[in-house]
Design a binder for this molecule. Structure first.
Ligand code: ADP
Ligand code: MG
Length: 698
């Protein structure tokens, strides 16, 4: 196959291919479209389409598809072949600029939350030239945005691009105030660290819960879990290493910068981190990464679990969204500078993030809300559902000095110098790390750690970009009018720190006392479930901000709220039904059979040895019998809770019922089942246990 640099990006119609296959003129105008968002002329589109097709056909492609990200959270594609008939009966491979720019998939089966009237079943897809086309299998995939004919966004990419635009616009206003007249764009970049589990296909196939819901709904704690901490960064098993090697090759061919991989805390859990790229590209790449992980796993007889909580009592999987903003010239705006003046600019951008996270805690929580992720957030692990920012001691001391007008006493390295006359100078410090914070500053970027492993990163970045754009807008509105820029700047930074100090927390985010302090003393939000947070998407302040920046229309927000809540209800509903089914078809019969066998054996024993007490058998049969009674009762209660959903008048009421009745009844039913598992002989238990699954990969 050659060395990595030979095949890296070999399946991507990237800048190298464009440059070599397009005329200088066409290349130049395409670059203008990519870099500056200039509209594309149809003659240019035709030339690009022709070159793209020739390249794809030379690589063995026969089909093309507009590749898009509907609100289902996964990617969608509809394949068309390149063939066009010739009069002589042969075919030619054909692909026009029109086909490149616009597609019309039948959109009727994608969720639209009422945005697309049924008579208008068709939406259209529009080429996103900022993300390169690529070949998957025998298909040329063209990244696109997906809209209704009414112009409403039906996907995750459209609002993401809009939020990037809003952020760029507002950040440029700030940069101009600092005398930067050359930057043309400000882009947000993201490096998402992806966690996942690997289990063998053999184990997976025997678990209906894994197959239907992606997570185990039953399963007692194994004798060995993650308590020894012997998996994290441990030696990678040969079967896993072979998977990772293959995965890297596939990702590299697609131009995805897979960089680090290691074992995670839980047994069978691993992580992959790419080098960061533009948010839009990072989002496409993360979707592709999740898809390729599953395909490559299948080739190795494995299944890749992307669910946030595949196993109870074992760490769940998340996605760390490393986020920063930079100019098109490559200046990272979240990196403390070398001069006091640069530091003042850095502090203003930092304050914009602090204000954004405090003002829009709810939107950030909403952006990561799914039934699966609720098992991490708000349960006793991972980041809590309460959002706070970790800044580290040094930066914190700088902010305190500014807030209180006290001199900043740093170490020698953190010398105090009057900045833009008033702001302190300090140096970059990346040593301080806090692993428990949901939103941590890590030297030159923020790490948002609340995303679930299966989430598209689009939603979180839409909210992050928008909220920060809004802070910058408020700042720019004020500063552009100020008579004295320097003192206005100082006041603004000071005011932000004063007003938003409550969101900064440098302690242990897993501590119960923190949750009490955060909610009772600081008034921070704590939305534990999707049902709790999602309705707030339509709170006035949120609608005002998101429509004001042009990221969403109010209709789009309403449709998204409904789709997310529907998804929550459907997911839990399927889980509840799977549980009921597993109890009736497998668990209850297994326990009954085992108990009957015990009773029979005891009777046989007594026939043989007259005075045999059979204490063991009796006690066990009694316990199992009590457990089956409890399972029976709890199953009925869960069935009633599910039936009760029919009474809900709307989706908000239904999601509340899911939270208050169905989910608690599911936990109650699980308990006696897991107890029974521990008491039942292995040969009777109807599916593999946690121990079997978690240690199955060699
Ligand atoms: P860790 O968080 O595990 O200590 P790193 O600090 O090396 O690891 O980075 C983790 C992730 O952050 C990587 O995906 C990396 O690409 C990403 N990252 C680094 N710099 C930036 C940046 N300026 N913008 C966005 N992501 C970044
Ligand atoms: Mg990290």
């Amino acid at each position: 196959m050659g060395t990595v640099s030979d095949y890296f990006g070999s399946q991507v119609f990237d800048d190298r291919v464009m440059r070599s296959s397009l005329s200088a003129e066409v290349y130049a105008s395409l670059r203008k479209t990519i870099d500056e968002g200039k509209e594309l002329d149809i003659s240019v589109a035709n030339a690009v389409a022709e070159a793209m097709k020739n390249w794809a056909v030379s690589k063995g492609a026969t089909h093309f598809t507009h590749w898009f990200q509907p609100l289902t959270g996964i990617t969608a594609e509809k394949h068309d072949s390149f063939i066009a008939p010739s009069p002589d009966g042969s075919v030619i491979m054909d692909f026009s600029g029109k086909e490149l720019i616009k597609g019309e998939p039948d959109a009727s089966s994608f969720p639209s939350g009422g945005l697309r009237a049924t008579f208008e079943a068709r939406g259209y897809t529009a080429w996103d030239p900022t993300s390169y086309a690529f070949i998957k299998g025998k298909t040329l995939c063209i990244p696109t945005a997906f809209c209704s004919y009414g112009g409403h966004a039906l996907d995750k990419k459209t609002p993401l691009l809009r939020s990037m635009e809003a952020l760029s616009k507002q950040a440029l206003r700030i940069l101009r105030l600092f005398g930067n007249d050359t930057a043309k764009r400000v882009v947000s970049s993201v490096g998402p660290e992806q966690e996942y589990f690997l289990v063998t296909k053999e184990m997976y196939d025997q678990r209906p819960d894994l197959r239907f819901t992606g997570r185990t709904l039953f399963g007692a704690k194994p004798p060995k879990g993650q308590e020894l901490d012997d998996h994290y960064f441990g030696v990678i098993k040969p079967g896993v290493a072979a998977f990772m090697e293959d995965l890297n090759d596939e990702l590299w061919k697609l131009g995805i910068l897979a960089k680090t991989e290691h074992n995670e805390v839980a047994p069978a859990q691993h992580e992959l981190a790419p080098i960061y790229s533009t948010t839009n590209v990072a989002t496409d790449h993360n979707q592709l990464t999740m898809e390729i992980m599953q395909k490559v796993a299948a080739k190795h007889g494995l299944v890749c679990l992307l669910h946030e909580k595949p196993f109870a009592g074992v760490n769940g999987s998340g996605k760390h969204n490393n986020w920063s903003i930079a100019t098109d010239a490559g200046q990272n705006l979240l990196s403390p500078g070398d001069t006091p003046y640069e530091n003042a600019q850095f502090l203003l951008f930092l304050c914009a993030v602090i204000k954004a996270v405090d003002d829009y805690q709810d939107l950030l929580r909403i952006s990561v809300a799914t039934a699966g992720n609720d098992h991490r957030l708000g349960a006793n692990e991972a980041p809590p559902a309460v959002i706070s920012i970790f800044l580290g001691d040094e930066l914190n001391a700088v902010l305190e000095a500014i807030e209180n007008d006290t001199p900043y006493k740093g170490t020698e390295k953190m010398q105090m110098k009057l900045g833009v006359d008033v702001l302190p100078k300090f140096n970059r410090d990346t040593t301080d790390r806090n692993r428990t914070s949901p939103f941590a500053f890590t030297g030159n970027k923020f790490e948002f750690r609340m995303l679930g492993s299966s989430n598209s990163i689009a939603c979180a970045n839409i909210m992050l970009n928008s909220a920060v754009a809004e802070s910058l807008k408020v700042y720019a509105d004020r500063l552009e009018k100020a008579d004295d820029f320097k003192s206005a700047l100082h006041e603004m930074i000071k005011k932000t720190i004063k007003d938003h100090r409550r969101i900064i927390f440098n302690g242990n985010g897993y501590d119960d006392s923190w949750i009490a302090e955060a909610t009772e003393k600081r008034g921070l939000l704590n939305y534990r479930t999707t049902a709790d947070c999602m309705p707030h998407l339509l709170d006035d302040k949120n609608v005002k901000m998101l429509t004001g920046l042009g990221v969403f229309t109010e209709d789009e927000l309403r449709s998204r709220r409904d789709i997310m809540l529907e998804n929550y209800c459907k997911t839990v509903n399927i889980e509840a039904n799977t549980m009921i089914n597993m109890v009736h078809k497998r668990i209850a019969p297994a326990i009954t059979r085992f108990a009957a066998a015990l009773a029979k054996e005891a009777a046989e024993k007594q026939a043989f040895v007259k005075d045999a007490a059979c204490g063991y058998e009796k006690e066990l049969v009694e316990k199992l019998s009590a457990l089956t009674d409890s399972i029976n009762a709890k199953t009925h209660e869960l069935e009633e809770a599910v039936a009760g959903l029919a009474d809900a008048t709307d989706i908000i009421a239904e999601s509340a019922l899911i939270r208050d009745t169905v989910l608690p009844k599911m936990s109650e039913l699980r308990e006696p089942c897991d107890k029974a598992e521990l008491l039942t002989a292995k040969e009777y238990w109807p599916f593999p246990t946690y121990g079997d699954i978690l240690f199955s990969v060699r």
